[in-house]
Write a protein that binds this ligand. Structure first.
Ligand code: UD1
Ligand code: CA
Length: 488
């Protein structure tokens, strides 16, 4: 891109129609804030600098912008006196930073989450090729209410932008609107800003007045209708937020399908902007892939799963699962009804089965936790099988402790591993064992006592019940004496 391009993003307005404690541009869509989408588009143009104008809730907006886009120049607009005033603050801030501006200046808004870098780049290139003082990214819309209208003369040349509140009834009929994205020659912008007044219906300094000023100066101005109007649509309330969110999701899902991902039901599939999906992966209905989730080639996810910041290996299978910050190895299987909490790592070919919750758990290659278990703060070696209904008791009420199970161990059903504990390689446990001491490699740990059978108990203690009758039938003539105890 041209040397010295500056992108100014206006984000000082309050967005009162959101009726939210959260500043408008900080509302998320497809896993990024609205301003995050705009800044991603801005940086895609590889500009010399990006200036963000902040005002309302500027501490929150500033912190967010600094974190994701540390190179941004921040300009403070204490009171919002209009877009012309906001751009003046941006220009001043750039000058304060010792940078100043030159070349082309693009102005965009922080609340247009569908904006793409290509659109900004093409617009800037056209503006520069035409050597204009100002270019307008316009849009032809069925309902232009609320927008600034692009006024053209009989020759079709752009003369001015008139705002809704200042327009005559005839001007309001114009359906070519100012999207809000403008391109300026920096030199012209610097000369025009001090000449913009606020003698209008809103008493604001309209940046859009710069078009008429350029015409008065005998400079060239022009407008390009954008093909994809949604890209420049701003979000003003939560109805629009949902509509734009659905539209952005539709675009993301479609992009992945075109990249070779099978999506069975696009309508119930939600994929955040930063998700990456491998070739021939299959996404079944009711799936949300969120945050920085990566799905490997040939993996199958769903139905009905939510994965946030997860990594799903090649050919893995994840069914009806809720996962966050979990790493699932290649060809591993998860679910149905699994809950993967942060720090879960499942090795190649491993298994986390039905009704299993895991947290800070590193489960080795080919290791399995197939049924009804809680695995917290644990390490399970390769090839080990954990019996059904095992609880890794990691919490003593005060502190969390770790459990280590070695490789190729076979632990039985309904065990409790009381951490801190270590179960050695190739060790085993009996059913119902409560493991409180380390188990050496190859040992069998058994903690439940010998079984006692109190013969005839049901007949003696539950006479007349269905239980007693069933026992009586099974025992025939009733040879055993109530109270006999047999040990086994
Ligand atoms: C503006 C344009 C209008 C265009 C429309 C597109 C002007 C005068 N009007 O109108 O031609 O059709 O956008 O949506 O430019 N902002 C600040 N500081 C301010 C004022 C605004 O940062 O002092 C920011 C707002 O946060 C918002 C953007 O600039 O992101 C647009 O401001 P808004 O008041 O919504 O302008 P509109 O009246 O919609
Ligand atoms: Ca607006």
């Amino acid at each position: 891109m041209s040397n010295g391009l500056t992108v100014i993003v206006l984000a000082a307005g309050g967005g009162t129609r959101m009726k939210s404690k959260t500043m408008k541009v900080l509302h998320p869509i497809a896993g990024r804030t609205m301003i995050g989408h705009v800044l991603t588009a801005a940086y895609a143009v590889e500009p010399a600098r990006v200036v963000v104008v902040v005002g309302h809730q500027r501490e929150e907006v500033t912190a967010h912008v600094r974190e994701g886009f540390p190179d941004v120049v921040l300009a403070v607009q204490e009171e919002q006196h209009g877009t012309g005033h906001a751009v003046r603050m941006a220009v001043d801030a750039a000058a304060d930073g010792g940078q100043g501006i030159g070349g082309t200046v693009l102005v965009a808004y922080g609340d247009t989450p569908l904006l793409q870098g290509d659109t900004l780049r093409d617009f800037a290139a056209e503006h520069e090729a035409a050597q204009r003082a100002v270019s307008i990214l316009s849009g032809i819309v069925p309902n232009p209410f609320g927008y600034g209208r692009v006024l053209r003369n009989d020759e079709g040349d752009v003369e001015a932008i008139v705002e809704e509140k200042d327009a005559t009834p005839a001007q309001r009929e114009v359906r070519e609107i100012n999207s809000g994205i403008l391109a300026f020659d920096a030199e012209f912008l610097l000369s025009a800003l001090p000449r913009i007044g606020n003698d209008n219906a809103k008493g604001e300094f309209y940046l859009t007045d710069a078009i008429a000023i350029a015409r008065e100066d005998g400079l060239t101005v022009g407008a390009h209708p954008v093909a994809d109007v949604d890209q420049t649509e701003g979000v003003n309330d939560r109805v629009q937020l949902a509509r734009m969110g659905a539209e952005l999701n539709r675009r993301i899902v479609e992009r992945w399908m075109r990249e070779g991902v099978t999506v069975m039901d696009p309508a119930t599939t939600w994929i955040d902007a930063d998700v990456v999906i491998g070739n021939d992966a299959t996404i079944l209905p009711g799936v949300q892939l969120l945050g920085a989730t990566v799905v490997g080639e040939d993996a199958v996810v769903g139905p009905d799963s939510t994965l946030k910041d997860c990594e799903i290996g090649t050919g893995a299978r994840v069914v009806r699962t809720h996962g966050e910050l979990a790493v699932i190895g290649a060809a591993a299987t998860v679910g149905p009804f699994s809950y993967l909490r942060p720090g879960t790592t499942l090795g190649t070919g491993g298994k986390i089965g039905g009704f299993v919750e895991t947290k800070n758990a590193v489960i080795g290659d080919g290791a399995k936790v197939p049924h009804l278990s809680y695995v917290g703060d644990a390490e399970i070696g390769e090839g080990t099988n954990i019996g059904a209904g095992t609880i890794f008791a990691n919490y003593d009420g005060v502190n969390k402790h770790r459990t280590k199970v070695g490789k190729h161990a076979r632990t039985s059903s309904n065990n409790t591993f009381v951490a801190p504990i270590e179960i050695g390689d190739g060790a085993a446990t009996g059913a119902g064992t409560v493991v409180r001491r380390d188990v050496p490699p190859g040992a069998l740990a058994v903690s439940s006592g010998p079984q006692r059978n109190i013969e005839g108990w049901a007949l003696a203690k539950r006479p007349g019940t269905a239980q007693a009758q069933a026992a009586e039938q099974a025992l025939g003539s009733g040879e055993t004496t109530p109270g006999d105890v047999a040990e086994s």
